[in-house]
Ligand binder design. Structure first.
Ligand code: 3PG
Length: 210
């Protein structure tokens, strides 16, 4: 599971966190992001349209590598598996969720903001974590500090990251990818402004030197 996650993370360092209100937006928005160079997509389960949107993208946009985000419960995790997602992410790391994910096959990225949460995740065998909410939880200095006692741990920070600080986050040796809703802003989604998504994706990749 952990090796498969490492493999998936070679497909990109920027992961848009996407919350979709209308399932008919799913395919054009995924195509727009893919054509901008972003293949790893996080589709959140925060809206009623989330699961349907993910399933449409999985069926119709083969270049997209779809992860299910905002996985809060065992049922959410099962939903991610049933949808055919490639991986799942959570903002947190409850023992119930960690246990279910450790038993399953789907690559899973639990969320942590403190050392103790991280240690619980490590005890279940996870080695890659979402650092959430990255900026409010202490930002780059906090993640640098966590690298002291936990040098082997890899992080995907999200929460408050933007185009302006993306490069700084990725410069940390323990950061494998970063994510955020800034790559799929609500305004563009509601307006169906797909070309803006493509342009932003290209610009963001250029700014991180990819
Ligand atoms: C997430 O679930 O990763 C966050 O909602 C992303 O945070 P952002 O909206 O600040 O990018």
């Amino acid at each position: 599971r952990s090796r498969e996650l490492d493999r998936l993370l070679t497909f990109g360092k920027l992961v848009p966190v996407i919350t979709i209100e209308r399932a008919e937006h799913a395919v054009p928005l995924a195509r727009a992001l893919v054509s901008g160079g972003l293949r790893l997509l996080e589709i959140t389960l925060r809206t009623a349209a989330g699961a349907d949107s993910a399933s449409r993208i999985i069926a119709e946009v083969p270049e997209a590598i779809v992860g299910i985000g905002t996985v809060l419960t065992r049922d959410d995790l099962k939903r991610a598996v049933d949808l055919g997602a490639k991986y799942a992410l959570s903002p947190g790391a409850t023992p119930t969720l960690l246990e279910a994910a450790a038993r399953g096959e789907l690559p899973f990225i639990p969320g942590i903001a403190t050392s103790s949460e991280l240690m619980v995740g490590l005890s279940f065998g996870f080695d890659t974590f979402k650092f959430f909410p990255a900026v409010p939880a202490g930002g780059i200095p906090a993640l640098k500090a966590l690298g002291g006692p936990f040098p082997q741990v890899k992080f995907c920070p999200t929460g408050g990251i933007s185009e302006d600080n993306a490069r700084d986050w990725l410069a940390l040796p323990n950061v494998v990818a970063i994510g955020g809703s800034w790559l799929a802003p609500e305004g563009d989604l509601n307006a169906g402004n797909w070309s803006a998504l493509t342009e932003r994706a290209k610009r963001a990749l250029a700014r991180i030197g990819q």
